[in-house]
Design a protein around this ligand. Sequence first.
Ligand SMILES: C[S@@+](CC[C@H](N)C(=O)[O-])C[C@H]1O[C@@H](n2cnc3c(N)ncnc32)[C@H](O)[C@@H]1O
Length: 308
Amino acid sequence: MVADAKKPLSLAQRLAAIRQNGAVVTQTGVDPSCREFEFKASDFERIRKLIYDHAGISLSPAKQDMVYSRLARRLRATGMKSFAQYLDHLEQGRDGAEWERFVNSLTTNLTSFFREPHHFPILANHLRKVAAQRRQINIWCCAASTGEEPYSIAMTVADTFPSGGPQVSILCSDLDTNVLAVAEKGVYPRERTDKIPQEQLKRYFLKGTGSQEGMACVRPELRRMLTFRQINLLEPGWPVKGPLDVIFCRNVMIYFDKPTQYKILSRFVPLLQPDGLMFAGHSESFLHASDLFRSLGKTVYELARKAG
Ligand SMILES: C[S@@+](CC[C@H](N)C(=O)[O-])C[C@H]1O[C@@H](n2cnc3c(N)ncnc32)[C@H](O)[C@@H]1O
């Protein structure tokens, strides 16, 4: 069955395709038989289970096209002939490097500098309050992606304490090792820094020259606040030392189901200072964990039960 690429398949056509070969009929109406590799519903289910068990990421059926195109690249790169062969290879568990590439392929890393800007004045106020009591401030940015978020936090810290202040350390972690490597470099195409006000851009970035022409490089003074570590939020035993004053956990919980979110939130509780804050993403709500965290509005949370 060959479909007109622009014309979605009718319901009857979709059902016929499923009956014929058990293939995944995509929501965008792309004819599966035009694909380079056969992609069966059972392949998608295997992928769904693997990434859910490993990273907590729940892939909805609407993600089938995305999964196909991202993993088809891995099949090409490894020379595998089918999804079944590739998945068998992964499930044998002997190729750690390919497993890492598989996971990296399935993460969604969208981020930007000063994303959800209303959080940063709240962070600055909190930092001032904490600095009046403590000389060390610890922040964990637990889904740091390519680093725009932790560097925005670091700029806020530096702006809040212009003439020195408390010792501030920011732990940046992510599951995806590719994005973490970008974060660690701290070098961004100039157009990605558009949202940074000119004054901060001058103060905290250097203009790239030579091979880095057209790039903005984070100044070492800012970068020094940050440490980088791969951490899977799903794994037990995070290598994170509390007490933390702030946790940024933005736009990652949306990929997890509610029981997984609850488990992670309950592990944040003992890590946070009694007056600590947790920042969540704009579409994340933790009403189902109201015994753990209380909303302060604007997707900022405090502990529901403050100790002491
Ligand atoms: C959409 S980005 C959000 C980036 C940033 N926090 C923001 O709001 O701009 C989601 C990030 O979560 C990471 N992620 C997904 N599953 C994870 C897991 N199980 N543990 C840690 N990080 C995970 C992804 O690799 C990705 O970089």
